[in-house]
Design a protein around this ligand. Structure first.
Ligand code: NAD
Ligand code: DAU
Length: 335
């Protein structure tokens, strides 16, 4: 099987490619624009593989996408490429709309033309919006996104689904909860807190820190996507949750305990505008249909993640230089 992966130099896409190379016989083409979040260092473990090829480019570039499909003739697309950070989408929505909507449209059009066998659109639990206790979103829940990021993902989900309904393109949509693990860009909660804790810098907690997220180890997410690619039914949506809901403050305290830093480093800062209070997912459908379940215990996964960041301090230093400083200043200064 040959698979076109988009956004494969990012956090989850690179974990997916490493998994495919290690545990399947897929051949892979990775199309990635290498934005601030894309990093070829994440793919060093597969670099020499004859089953892997990298193409530097934009998913919004229709002629490029079509030329890849014409030359490579992949069986499937697994579509990760996105502007993925909520805070950046609030500061600057334009690239989010461009990549997440226009980019998805471009890929769907090319997939339709070249009659691909599978199109997995990787999406998020954020499309369901904030849910009151004890609700858990099933795949039938209404879409209720809050941020430009989640609205763009909800829009792209609907577009992807319309290509199944209208053109019978074999689209499947996955909606995952918050991922964590090695190689995550340190703009997201867990790697940002680990990186700051390692340097004994303040840990900025938005609002009261009691917002709840469901934490999913990245490799468990990738195995869920692989299960959907193999066994998912065309036109269906599959939630992929970690089954481990925690308030942010508890996550931050665990990071401090595991890095041996004091809780006095916690700094409460002005809340994120439109901040969703609680996400919660039911993954029963994927469990039932594909036998998938999240395998990684949160405390073990967090300890493993912290070990990785400790062992890869030079990776952290490189991705936090340059553009990251400007972003950090823009998002956190005076908050
Ligand atoms: P990321 O920001 O780490 O990586 C995104 C990748 O996409 C980067 O390599 C970037 O260079 C690439 N990219 C961005 N714009 C592009 C464009 N126009 N053309 C080609 N490549 C482009 O993101 P991530 O956290 O790995 O998320 C991957 C996908 O999973 C996204 O679709 C996201 O919405 C979804 N998702 C993420 C999470 C999470 O917790 N991180 C949870 C659920 C779903
Ligand atoms: O739920 C899935 C989504 O999870 C994905 O679709 C997104 O791509 C991914 O970025 C993530 O979105 P969140 O907004 O939930 O993740 P983030 O890591 O940005 O924030 C997690 C929680 O921590 C959220 O409630 C905001 C809070 N937070 C975050 C940062 C970066 C803080 O309190 N302080 C911070 O500095």
């Amino acid at each position: 099987m040959k698979t076109l992966v988009t956004g494969g130099a990012g956090f989850i896409g690179s974990a997916f490619i490493r998994l495919l190379i290690a545990e399947t016989d897929h051949r892979i083409v990775n199309l990635d624009k290498l934005t601030y979040a894309g990093n070829l260092e994440n793919l060093a473990p597969v670099d020499g593989s004859a089953r892997y090829r990298f193409v530097h480019g934009d998913i919004c570039d229709g002629p490029l996408v079509e030329s890849i499909l014409a030359d490579e003739r992949p069986d499937a697309i697994v579509h990760f490429a996105a502007e993925s950070h909520v805070d950046r989408s609030i500061l600057s929505p334009e690239p989010v709309i461009q990549t997440n909507l226009r980019g998805t449209f471009t890929l769907l059009e090319a997939a339709r033309k070249y009659k691909l066998d599978r199109f997995v659109h990787v999406s998020t639990d954020e499309v369901y919006g904030s849910l009151a206790l004890p609700l858990e979103a099933t795949e039938e829940f209404p879409l209720n996104p809050s941020s430009p990021y989640s609205a763009s993902k909800a829009g792209s989900d609907l577009l992807a689904r319309s290509y199944f309904v209208t053109y019978r393109l074999p689209v499947m949509i996955t909606r995952a909860s918050n991922n964590y693990g090695p190689y995550q860009f340190p703009e997201k909660l867990i790697p940002l807190m680990i990186a700051n804790a390692m340097e004994s810098r303040p840990l900025p907690v938005y609002g009261d820190g009691m917002q709840v997220r469901d934490w999913l180890y990245v490799d468990d997410h990738c195995r869920g996507i692989l299960a959907v690619l193999g066994k998912g039914r065309e036109g269906e949506i599959y939630n992929i949750g970690g089954n481990r809901s925690l308030p942010n403050l508890e996550v931050v305290r665990k990071v401090l305990a595991l890095t041996g830093r004091p809780e006095t480093l916690i700094q409460y800062v002005t809340d994120r505008p439109g901040h969703d209070r609680r996400y919660a997912l039911s993954s029963q459908k994927l469990m039932r249909e594909a036998g998938w379940q999240p395998a990684t215990d949160f405390e073990a996964g967090l300890a493993r993640t912290i070990d990785w960041y400790r062992a890869n301090a030079s990776w952290v230093a490189r991705v936090r230089s340059g553009e990251y400083r400007t972003y950090y200043e823009q998002n956190y200064a005076g908050r």
